[in-house]
Design a protein. Structure first.
Length: 296
């Protein structure tokens, strides 16, 4: 936690420094997810997403502005329990595809696993993740980064169609978005999200924690359900109840956080106000060690 707070403070200092030049001025923030304790022989799995752009954090815990990262070693850092075996250590797991990473005590607690592969990292925005707690204690996962609202660099995701006899298919998703964007501003309908006359027949967005969901009712062309806006850092299901797959590309409606360029006459702007967001996840499920939770 101390290391993460150092990173947050450094992000604030870097943002302030760049605001004094005629270049980018960045808002930064963090989300905090509560990782419930597990009992011996079980794993507590808590879903989360990546709401920020993350900067590389080399030795010294000072973020490198403009040098982005997808490495769990820099996004999660030392917050996860280190151990000599992946079955005992805390794990970070991407819900789609199952790529994972953990801290190996046999090599000075260095991160290993497919999420850390090739030195570039595979913690990709637009995906949802599990934090699998095997430490036996309550933990907090703090994610700190640049609160970008441009949607630049967010990959498109294929929203799978159900395979008969199944009538729905769930695609795990999380918005790289630091704001609580309303459901009607997520450009879902324009991308292929199909409504219907009821919640049971329409496509849906469902939070993986809390049980909230929403759908588009075609009888009166309105959004319905208890999920009215996304929560930064939370993981969701995009639920397809129609026979065709579709591709979702999130298009944020925010403006790029940059200063005006005017050469020597450019007006210097103060540092952007810090965007600090704290979210706490509800209690998670506890399952036998090695079991994968499929929350739908």
């Amino acid at each position: 936690m101390k290391n993460v707070l150092v990173v947050v403070v450094c992000l604030l200092l870097v943002a302030s420094a760049f605001a004094l030049e005629s270049g980018p001025s960045n808002k930064v923030g963090y989300v905090k997810v509560t990782i419930q304790a597990n009992t011996p022989g079980t794993t507590t799995s808590v879903p989360f997403g990546l709401p920020f752009i993350f900067w590389s954090v080399p030795t010294g815990n000072i973020p490198s502005y403009g040098d982005t990262t997808k490495l769990p070693s820099m996004i999660v850092g030392t917050q996860a329990k280190c151990s000599s075996s992946s079955s005992v250590a805390d794990n970070i797991v991407r819900q789609t595809g199952g790529a994972s990473a953990w801290r190996n005590s046999n090599v000075s607690c260095a991160w290993t696993g497919s999420l850390q592969t090739s030195g570039t990292g595979q913690m990709i925005p637009g995906h949802a993740y599990w934090y699998r707690n095997r430490s036996g204690v309550l933990r907090y996962l703090v994610l700190a980064g640049e609160a970008d609202t441009t949607a630049v660099g967010i990959p498109s995701r294929v929203i799978n169609a159900p395979t008969p006899p199944a009538t729905s298919a769930n695609t795990a998703y999380s918005w790289r978005e630091p704001r609580a964007v309303a459901r009607n501003q997520l450009n879902l309908r324009a991308q292929g999200f199909t409504g219907d006359i009821s919640a049971s027949s329409s496509d849906q967005v469902a939070a993986q924690t809390g049980g909230t969901s929403c759908y588009y009712r075609t009888t009166d062309a309105t959004w319905q359900g208890s999920l009215t806006a996304l929560t930064p850092g939370w993981a969701y299901w995009i639920r397809n109840r129609h026979p065709a797959a579709w591709t979702y590309t999130y298009l944020a409606n925010g403006q790029q956080l940059t200063m005006p360029e005017g050469g020597g006459d450019a007006v210097k702007q103060p540092a952007a106000r810090t965007s600090v967001i704290e979210r706490t996840a509800p209690p998670a499920q506890k399952v036998p060690s090695g079991t994968v939770i499929n929350r739908k």
